[in-house]
Write a protein that binds this ligand. Structure first.
Ligand code: G3P
Ligand code: MG
Length: 231
């Protein structure tokens, strides 16, 4: 069983900073968080960058598809409060310097599942040292591609609704953790996970009482926008 901090700052720094930015990572450290989650997608040039949506409109002052936008355009954008979109390289350097446990969520734009999984896994395997990150994804194709190029890394399956064959898929993939929506988490899944020694991590939990109830049910950790959730 992997030992995990109970709280992961969601999208770098939760509500403490613009999502998926280095300012978010700084906010997480300032709040005393030991773990962070962020989303990684490929730019038009194939560079792994931190962003949640396939399009730029919601979180930046740009427009269009992330996967069609070249780096020279992407890195000039404002992702909030003057913060640029960070690269995976920058986020990894920050996490390594501050000994933060990272959950790198592989978030492929549609049609780029395998390429995104491979690029993230290759980078992490070649460059990350110290506290190694957890790599997770909603995309089974991205996870399988990542696992093929770097089977030694830590993988987690990520689901909205956990499917009934999740444990079989877990074993096929060699995944170590299970990540899922707290609102849809069933007790039969928790029982199977406990019996198999698989830690369960839940998103996105912003209510302290709800977090306590999930921990009482056996959940190992929660992703939260509230950096003070467990204070
Ligand atoms: O990885 C957990 C959580 O971040 C998944 O949902 O949409 O916030 O990436 P989302
Ligand atoms: Mg995420």
């Amino acid at each position: 069983m992997i030992a995990l901090p109970r709280l992961f700052a969601h999208r770098c720094g939760g509500a403490g900073a613009p999502e998926n930015t280095l300012a978010g990572l700084r906010a997480a450290v300032a709040a005393g968080c030991r773990a962070v989650e962020f989303d990684v997608m490929l730019s038009g040039d194939g560079t792994p960058v931190l962003i949640h949506d396939e399009t730029l409109e919601r979180t930046t002052n740009g427009t269009g598809e992330v996967s069609c936008t070249p780096d020279r355009v992407l890195f000039a954008l404002d992702a909030g409060h003057g913060e640029p979109i960070p690269t995976l390289v920058q986020a990894a350097d920050f996490c390594m310097r501050h000994d933060l446990l990272a959950n790198v969520e592989i978030k492929p734009a549609s049609g780029h599942d395998a390429a995104t999984g491979e690029a993230v896994a290759r980078y992490v395997a070649a460059h990350w040292c110290g506290t190694m990150p957890l790599l997770s994804s909603f995309s089974a194709e991205a996870l399988a591609a990542a696992q093929r190029v770097a089977p030694q890394l830590h993988y987690g399956q990520l689901f909205e609704d956990v499917p009934h064959d999740w444990l079989q898929r877990q074993r096929t993939l060699g995944a170590r953790t299970l990540h899922c929506d707290h609102a849809r988490l069933r007790d039969d899944v928790l029982a199977e996970a406990a019996a198999a020694g698989v830690p369960v991590l839940c998103y996105t939990v912003n209510d302290a009482a709800q977090a306590r109830s999930l921990f009482a049910r056996g959940v190992a950790a929660v992703f939260s926008d509230r950096l003070d959730l467990l204070a």
